[in-house]
Design a protein around this ligand. Structure first.
Ligand code: GCW
Length: 718
């Protein structure tokens, strides 16, 4: 009787624990494999041959310990000889049993890559991880753990030759302020607690480093590009140093945002002119001071002469003058400057789309060799869908780095389920046709097209102090996808989703398939219910929350929604062909031809390049107005489908996260309706046509949507 009660209580407790998932563990939950046969395969790995020496080796062992306790309910045992071990982790140079590594592998691995080999001896699996460096071994170990945590058969764990990263800098850019607010952050306060640093090391810093290393991220810019010079003062550099010490064993280098006017603000100089020798000397001393504390400091990330940030143009100098001045200060320490191309000027009446290209193309070849130019994926600003930025491929002599945005500034904040994998791969896989056909954006960014000496891919972080890091449990997948694609931009979004789901939620094949389907259609859904057909930047002013296509009160034209959609009685869209702003000319001739006429422009980009009449027929037989209305409606329906799919996953996913996502999908569904109704009732004032069959009448009159105000919407600069 008692025994039964105890058993029952234990079972109840176990199920309670199983259902109380907070999401804090991210994709590193290390749940036991769902299939017993797989679990038994994995057990041979418990005998580990590994000679630990460096701090990175220690974190590797600690991770193995944690992972095996979770997945195998046992701790790894160190085994003195490779022969008796199941998991052999060895540097190539010390590897006595290295016959299976083809001789080219060590060289292909480079400083960060690894190779994994699998064989079966006497019915027992042996897995070998080889690399040139400790960090390579750590990445190789994470590769094996990822495979195991996804519950996959061990035989598939081997890499085809070397797995080496495609880019040098795989990076998160935090837009975190020193007061712990996060610009465009929707997951709580900044995880950097500047007040308690340097003496208090939050466990989060360590778990953050573990998560990043597990997906190959090796650089983080801690602070907002709208920069505060205070972070460069000695007291703050001590705090940065403490974080650098935490990150170092995980192979992560720290970058800081450099406020261009820092020599004036904290240095007491009268100018920040990059050609002034006192200014140059100040930055050199500042760099020396930083490297004295942080010998592996990555360098500076800079937003200059953009949206009110100071820069070289304040002194009549150009971007290369500014970047090179900082580059020279960092060069003796092997640091780099990441200079952002997100620039557009107050004074220029030019189409904002064109300005970055106009400023940077003439400077190609004028940047020092330790400068990278960081370009947003599209020409305007992280819209739900943009054409690829014309600068990709247009700077053959300037390392061009990718900037994606993980935080969902224009994508429903952290309340909308939007998996960005398909958007990232859409951009990376696009052929720039520069210098010739067959050069994708990924080829440019990874240095293949032009042989860049520096390469990188960054994501603007979506991380905050929320218990699950990213607010929405599914937003973790965007952080994950960025890391995986920066390592290998050829991965496909569905495979990344598969491995993320299996590690994060469940290994049940039917559930994985259903969640993957939700994720894979989620980006197209948000495009449909926010900005179909190439509409862009029609979100609420300032905070970018919700629809406001009518907005036209901004202090500058290109902050107005009406500037971007140009709707009137004749039609809608921005003519960027030769009859309009001619931004099209910035692309390779191939794209100019594709996009020059509305007929040959895909519907997904139509209104990016063309003004189209409301009643004009589209290739699919519908008029523009009908198609627009139906696409808004489709977006709403896609979210409703996600709700239905998720409802059926109740048994497959732990209760707490199931409940969280259910609530968030509910918000997303009602906001999708809001978007559809507000946009269609506004655009209808121009089209003057009825809604096509299948699109319900808006729930409220237009005035209702127009008077909504959100003064405290999160993520705003202040
Ligand atoms: O997307 C816009 C944001 C700004 C941001 C800027 C940028 C950091 O609205 O908040 O500032 O881009 O990328 O610099």
């Amino acid at each position: 009787m008692w025994k039964k009660a105890i058993l029952w209580a234990a079972a109840a407790l176990a199920s309670l624990i199983a259902t109380a998932e907070t999401g804090y563990e991210l994709w590193q939950r290390y749940a036991p494999p769902a299939q017993a046969t797989i679990a038994s395969q994995y057990r041979s790995l418990l005998a580990v041959h590994f000679r630990s020496g460096t701090p990175t080796d220690s974190v590797l062992l600690a991770e193995l310990d944690r992972a095996f306790q979770g997945m195998l309910r046992s701790r790894p045992r160190l085994s003195p000889s490779p022969q008796s071990a199941g998991l052999i982790i060895q540097l190539f140079q010390e590897s006595a049993v290295a016959a299976w590594w083809p001789s080219s592998v060590p060289q292909q691995c480079g400083p960060e890559g690894f190779a994994v080999h699998h064989r079966v001896v006497a019915g027992r699996s042996q897995v070998f991880i080889g690399a040139n460096t400790s960090i390579g071994l750590l990445y190789g170990t994470f590769h094996v753990l990822r495979h195991m945590a996804a519950g996959r058969p061990l035989a598939g764990v081997a890499t085809a030759g070397a797995s080496a990263p495609a880019t040098r800098w795989r990076m998160l850019n935090h837009w975190d302020n020193l007061d712990r607010s996060v610009e465009r952050g929707y997951a709580g306060q900044s995880i950097w607690n500047w007040h308690t640093l340097p003496d208090y090391i939050d466990q989060r810093y360590i778990d953050y480093a573990r998560a990043n290393a597990s997906i190959g991220i090796n650089a983080v810019a801690l602070t907002n590009v709208n920069a505060n010079a205070t972070v460069l003062t000695p007291a703050y550099l001590e705090k940065v140093k403490a974080l650098a010490q935490v990150f170092r064993p995980y192979g992560i280098r720290i970058f800081l945002t450099a406020r261009f006017s820092a020599p004036i603000e904290i240095g007491g100089l009268k100018t920040a002119d990059p050609l002034d020798t006192a200014v140059q000397g100040w930055w050199q001393r500042k760099a020396d001071e930083i490297y004295q504390r942080i010998p592996d400091f990555g360098g500076f990330l800079v937003k200059a002469n953009s949206e009110g940030q100071p820069g070289p143009q304040n002194y009549g100098r150009h971007h290369a003058d500014g970047a090179n001045m900082l580059a020279k200060a960092l060069a003796p320490h092997a640091g780099v400057v990441i200079w952002r191309a997100f620039v557009y000027s107050h004074e220029t009446p030019e189409d904002r789309f064109k300005q970055a290209y106009q400023e940077f193309v003439p400077l190609d070849g004028r940047f020092d060799s330790n400068v990278l130019v960081q370009v947003k994926n599209g020409p305007i600003d992280f819209q739900p869908r943009e054409p690829f930025h014309p600068l990709f491929g247009a700077l053959p002599r300037t390392p061009t780095m990718m900037e994606f945005q993980l935080t969902q500034e224009y994508l429903g904040f952290a309340t909308h389920l939007v998996y960005l994998g398909p958007m990232f791969t859409e951009v990376l896989g696009t052929d720039t046709h520069r210098p010739t056909a067959g050069n994708t954006v990924a080829d440019v960014v990874s240095g293949k097209s032009f042989g860049y000496t520096q390469t990188g891919m960054a994501g603007v972080s979506n991380i905050g102090a929320d218990l699950n890091w990213t607010g929405h449990p599914f937003a973790q997948a965007n952080w994950y996808a960025l890391g995986r694609l920066a390592w290998n931009p050829r991965l496909d979004a569905a495979s990344i989703a598969n491995e993320w789901i299996a590690q994060t939620f469940t290994q049940q094949p039917a559930a994985v398939a259903s969640i993957r389907q939700m994720m894979m259609q989620s980006h197209e859904a948000v495009v449909n219910y926010m900005t179909p057909l190439g509409l862009h930047h029609i979100m609420g002013y300032g905070h970018h929350y919700g629809p406001a296509p009518w907005y036209d009160k901004a202090s500058r034209a290109d902050w107005n929604c009406t500037y971007f959609h140009r709707a009137d009685q004749h039609g809608i869209g921005f003519d960027r062909t030769s009859t309009g702003s001619n931004a099209l000319q910035q692309y390779a001739p191939y794209w100019q031809q594709q996009w020059a006429s509305a007929k040959s422009t895909p519907l997904s980009l139509l209104l990016w390049f063309h003004k189209v009449g409301w009643s004009e027929g589209l290739p699919n037989g519908k008029t523009l107005w009908q198609n627009m209305a139906l696409q808004y409606q489709q977006g709403v329906q896609q979210v409703q489908q996600m709700q239905q799919s998720w409802a059926q996953l109740r048994q497959a996913v732990d209760e707490r996260r199931h409940q969280q996502v259910t609530q968030l999908l509910h918000i997303q569904a009602s906001e999708a309706v809001w978007w559809r109704d507000a946009c269609l009732s506004y655009f209808q004032t121009f089209s003057k046509q009825p809604l096509p069959a299948g699109v319900p009448a808006p729930q409220h009159p237009l005035e209702y949507y127009q008077q909504l105000r959100f003064p405290y919407a999160p993520g705003q600069a202040h």
